[in-house]
Design a protein around this ligand. Sequence first.
Ligand code: FPP
Ligand code: ZN
Length: 327
Amino acid sequence: MKSLNVDKHVKFLVKAATTRGFEWEMTEYLRMSGIYWSLTALDLLGQLDQLPREDMISYVFSCLSENGGFSPAPNHYPTIIYTLSAIQVLVILEATDKLGEKKLKVIEFVKSLQNSDGSFIGSPDDDKEETDTRFSFCAIATLKLLNSLDEIDTSKTVDHIKACQNFDGAFGVRVGSESHAGQVFCCVGTLALLEKLETIDQELLGWWLADRQLPCGGLNGRPMKKEDVCYSWWALSSLVMIKKSAWIDHKKLAEFILSAADDEIGGIADRPGDIPDPFHTLFGIAGLSLLQYNNSLDLEIVSKTSDIKLKPIDPILCLPSYLLRKI
Ligand code: FPP
Ligand code: ZN
């Protein structure tokens, strides 16, 4: 099996988070999540101090709106997705106390997005007012990280998520929508955070998730789709949450993730031969962490700093586990 070249990945992640230019401008609409992906990957590799902490914290607060939501970048509108990313960044930097009284505003923002049937919209500024199980997960995860789950009606949230389980055992964007492993992560994660995983058919879901592994070892997000490294997170973490990760071949999955790493410039792509990006780099490394600590995978790590170990990751909140023990 190929080894994980930590120094190359660290260089790639730092460059992506600090180099101004065309790519930086083009990714403005998702920047807050980009910072979360890079910081989390660096922390898993034991290199959090490679990015300037105070600048990161100032950036997060420059994206806080009057209504308590966070936007991806200043002058964009706030959504629940970037609000979760902002809170995840503050958790990684151990800076949630800097929210002070603004924490109540953030909680009000999250509450304002819930519909009477328990579903969530993504933003009050979104004219379409569409609901999405991604928004349910982001809302519940944000409240969990702020220790404020008792602020909303979680039983309605659970009812809505349960209504989204399809005949094949998996979940989609809304009731009756096509099953998709990204939405499975969101629905299973929401139920795990609310300690209601026992209320769904986990056997059927386990079969659907295990079926995502292709002969190349990689996982796809839906039947008939190509393998993609990010599903090493969305599908594998869901299997870990329902305690069925042994239903797939972990050595083959690890080999697939490592084969999508760029040996020249560092970083991990969606599949071998494609261009690496911070999103797939995080979910590749996070997948390797899950494999190492849930299936005792023997991963070889190379770095000039000889004692580097991959840190364990929390399968629900996608943050290094040591941080969650602290809050
Ligand atoms: C696939 O998207 C992924 C999803 C639908 C899941 C998105 C999850 C969140 C926004 C929650 C994030 C939270 C954490 C903790 C990481 P895609 O559009 O790439 O799907 P495709 O492969 O079908 O194109
Ligand atoms: Zn992907």
